[in-house]
Write a protein that binds this ligand. Structure first.
Ligand code: IMP
Ligand code: MG
Length: 195
């Protein structure tokens, strides 16, 4: 076996691990355009700076498409939090791994951008945290919502799609850091994460 053949053997296509495409790339783009218009309308009369606060790493694909479609001027910033220690099991606690540092919180409308809301713990914690920092306003925007999994009462202000209780990957979402680059949201094959 040549080196090229060995590499190809270990790099099987991520598509083959997807049981079902839940939301196509085209559907996502259409919905992102609609959400961008809702965001423009919502903040139209605010005198503050609009900050899109991406939660690393899952939100980066959604954030980069969304920011191009929002017509109002925006700034971007990032935080990294960890609520999942590995795989698909939630640890229940939120730890800040990378914080946002600004002097001008009182002049900022912060819109937290997330890939998915599941138990609700991450967005609920971050909303309180940023309000305590003195932000002029704090709202939330998530591409996906699994309402049936909620453990704390939380409703996102802007949401792309409500989905059933299935573990999904693609369009930024991962399983152990894989599948983020898929252009659609797909259901991961059960046998890849369930024992
Ligand atoms: P929450 O604090 O339980 O709402 O967790 C939200 C976080 O859990 C998301 O930012 C994701 O990182 C992760 N998560 C929840 N469900 C999924 C999924 O189906 N696929 C990939 N990541 C998920
Ligand atoms: Mg996440």
């Amino acid at each position: 076996m040549t080196i090229d053949e060995k590499t190809a053997f270990h790099k099987t296509s991520p598509e083959s691990d997807i049981a079902e495409i839940l939301i196509s790339g085209e559907e996502i783009q259409k919905r992102v355009t609609e959400i961008a218009a809702q965001i423009d309308e919502y903040y139209a009369n605010s005198p503050n700076n609009l900050i899109l606060l991406g939660i690393l790493k899952g939100s980066v694909v959604f954030l980069s498409d969304l920011m191009k479609k929002i017509k109002s001027p925006v700034e971007i910033d990032f935080m990294k939090v960890s609520s999942y220690h590995s795989g698909t099991v939630s640890s229940g606690t939120v730890t800040i791994m990378l914080d946002i540092r600004r002097q001008d919180f009182n002049k900022c409308d912060i819109l937290i951008i997330e890939d998915i809301i599941d138990s609700g713990r991450t967005l609920s914690y971050l909303t309180n945290y940023l309000k305590l920092k003195g932000a002029a306003s704090v709202h939330t925007c998530t591409l996906l919502d699994k309402p049936s999994r909620r453990e704390v009462d939380f409703t996102p202000d802007f949401c792309g799609f409500e989905i059933p209780d299935k573990f999904v990957v693609g369009y930024g979402l991962d399983y152990n850091e894989k599948y983020r680059a898929l252009p659609y949201v797909g259901v991961l094959r059960d046998e890849l994460y369930k024992n």
